[in-house]
Design a protein around this ligand. Sequence first.
Ligand SMILES: [Zn+2]
Ligand SMILES: [Zn+2]
Length: 277
Amino acid sequence: MPGEDFLVRFWGVRGSIAAPGPATARYGGNTSSLEVRCGARLILLDAGTGIRLLGNRLLAEAPLEADLYFTHTHFDHVCGLPFFKPFFQPQNSFRLWAGHLGERMTLHRLLREFMVAPLFPVPPEAFRARMEYRDFKGGETLLPAPGITVHTGVLNHPDGATGYRIEYGGRSLCYITDTEHVPGAPDRNVLALISGADLVIYDSMYTDEEYEKSFVGWGHSTWQEGVRLCRTAGVKRLVVFHHDPDHDDEMLDAIAREAEAALPGTVLAREGLELAV
Ligand SMILES: [Zn+2]
Ligand SMILES: [Zn+2]
């Protein structure tokens, strides 16, 4: 079956800050972390609090060789990093990638400045795995392993962010978060990245109503904009992602019903969800 060995699993689906508790138990409270499997190859997307649980699951798979792509380095996308136990297994090797930092900063320096006392007691030098830190420019195409192509694009977010399109076995998975749209003018960078894609995971922090009332300029988008973009670009399936920490399970159920009615097949990301691309 096509897509059988091209999978994505969701370990954290929440935006901004972890939101654990009974009101968010079904969709989950962890921040952005995705596991992608392209055949035997492992790709990680972002390192929010969800990556801790993924790491615990991966311990038994050592030795691991994997690439970790950051959309950007706002706290909710990096704060799980020091708690990813496979970084402390010497038999593993990882490449970490960021494309939003420009000339003024490198990913390695940024992580050293984030994992530093008295903010945090352990520096990245404590990692025992073989670690490589790679910077690129949004828009470049990356080739992590034979048969896998990763296209990138610049997103509209404070301090920058990178969107990804991973192609494997003739299929395509897009990861588009965090990004703000301009109402009435579809984002050309996003349209180019998601054109004809099989699966698009999209920053759906707000509803259109919330966005227009309170959140213009905050750097995030809406599930309705995701629907419009996916319709225009001929996308096969939309995944609503990066849920607002104040959206409880009931509200997300209501969004799920509306989104399914607007664009059949649309699903809401929740922890533990696994989709074939
Ligand atoms: Zn975020
Ligand atoms: Zn952000």
